[in-house]
Design a protein around this ligand. Structure first.
Ligand code: ZN
Length: 284
């Protein structure tokens, strides 16, 4: 069976299992009870279930590719079909927990935001509050998701680099003072100087060399503008660290909100059952 299963994807095998085990309700409730199944189908279902579990538990996570590649994450519907099928077929509790642990440990295939979190609520509704609370695998799933969300908000956002570079005062002309201002600015690493004559450029280059300013001009190929960048910066990094840090903070705030929302959701589902696990997330 496992050998044959290799020819169809785990996703298709799970869906097939679900169609028989849950929709035709050969297992325990809450599967529907309007099935009209051939007796042989039950045996087939048992074999298929074993094959799905065996294949799943040895499965590697999808390789990490470029962040621009489409996500390999499975759907929350798939996660629900899998867990509902195994539950209906009365898979032993320890196997259920192993399957949940496996899903959580393979985050590319079972992405927290795309696969796992969106599966929690439908699973809870399908199980019903009492069964959900009595199912250690479901509790494990909820706690595992919360732990992952907590980890995401424990990341320290990067500090913007301080670009201030002390310089001894140079020539007091307007152009040189623009360069001094650029050197002293903690957030800027780039300056576009407009309408610079060749004489001015020669004077500025002389000042930079004479006073050892940590900046350099770009070659301007006949342009009237002259660009300056600070030493150690990329070509167009002006305020990019600052923008990056603000973006980091924003992302972190969004993750903290996601944690709070999901913690509230799970607390509503499982109540006091998770008191300790949930309290440890206090302060976020
Ligand atoms: Zn000057």
């Amino acid at each position: 069976m496992t050998k044959n299963l290799a020819r169809i994807s785990t996703t298709s095998a799970t869906e097939l299992l679900f169609r028989i085990a849950v929709e035709k309700a050969i297992g325990r409730p809450p599967g529907r009870t309007d099935g009209d199944l051939l007796p042989a189908a039950q045996g087939f279902c048992e074999l298929l279930k074993d094959a799905v579990v065996t294949t799943l538990l040895v499965e590697e996570d999808a390789p990490t590719r470029s962040e621009y590649d489409p996500s390999p994450a499975r759907s929350p519907e798939w996660a629900c079909q899998l867990l509902e099928s195994l539950y209906c077929l009365e898979v032993p509790p320890e196997t259920m927990e192993s399957v949940v642990a496996h899903l959580l440990a393979k985050p590319r295939l079972h992405d927290m935001g795309k696969t796992m979190l969106p599966a929690i609520e439908p699973l809870f509704e399908w199980l019903g509050a009492e069964r959900a609370k009595d199912a250690p695998w479901f509790v494990k799933l909820c706690l595992g998701c919360l732990a992952e969300l907590r980890e995401e908000v424990c990341v320290k956002p990067r500090e913007p680099r301080n670009w201030a570079m002390p310089v001894t005062c140079v020539c007091s002309c307007k152009r040189c003072q623009e360069l001094v201002k650029l050197c002293l600015d903690p957030a800027r690493a780039y300056l576009l100087m407009e309408e610079v004559t060749e004489d001015e450029e020669a004077h500025l280059r002389d000042s930079v060399q004479r006073y050892n300013l940590p900046i350099s001009p770009e070659e301007r190929d006949g342009q009237t503008d002259l660009e300056w960048t600070k030493a150690g910066s990329d070509k167009f990094p002006d305020q990019s660290e600052l923008r990056g840090a603000i973006w980091d903070q924003r992302k972190l705030a969004m993750k903290a909100k996601k944690l709070r929302d999901n913690r509230a959701l799970i607390r509503n589902m499982l109540g006091d059952l998770l008191g300790e696990g949930l309290n440890s997330t206090r302060g976020v």
